[in-house]
Design a protein around this ligand. Sequence first.
Ligand SMILES: [Zn+2]
Length: 266
Amino acid sequence: MTGNRDDFSQSVKTVLAGRAGWKCSFPQCNRSTAGPAVESHDKWIKNGVAAHITAAAPGGPRYDASISPDQRSDISNAIWMCPTHGSLIDKEQAAYTVEEIKSWKIEAESRAARELERSSATHPSQATSPYSSKDIATLASYSGVMSYQVIELIRGERFGSFVRHDVTNPLYQILEMKGNPRYKFQNSALEKLRQNLASEVEAFFTHFGQQSAGLPSGYEYINVSEFSRNDPESRSYWEEQIYETQRLAQGLCSTAMRLLEIKENN
Ligand SMILES: [Zn+2]
């Protein structure tokens, strides 16, 4: 029936399609050639074609008389295409050279390899995370409060004269979360970090609260230039108080960063 055509076997076609990720190998096409059959939940359809790089029979596109029938039906002479491009490369014989088509195949297979690597790098890492899904969700809650942005803000705060609520509000939230069993971690190392963060925030407020007075938009805090005007002797004392506030803030930020980093990696 196939006469003198050197066609590809079914297994060659399947391996070829799989190596291209079941997508057309024509440059930029990327069309999928496999999917579910609409009429049945347990069937699939494929509409791609294993096109010959050099033709299967004399007179065909790019026919090469110098190679053997085995070489002609070998996978190295095949390229996976959608129906449109499969027929295009057969019709437009003069437009595409053997070398050109072979380069498409190399590109299509390396693209499929990259996509495969990317999907295995992003998905299974979640499945192999050492933390439970509840802990992952709790990590997300903590990262929502102590985000990179908030940490940056607190780290950059000088604690001189006026401190905005933007800096203190997230810290109050951390204290509320400490007493709420919903936010307890199952993993003991994470729970220890959470306790440390809450203790550091408490120590911060104990110190901060001694010198701060509430204002509608924030806190009135240590204003060194004013203190040194009124009482130059006390300047170094107040500078020391500010330094201690900054030290406590940096410490709690480091702990919050660790929770954030764990969340990023899981
Ligand atoms: Zn195509």
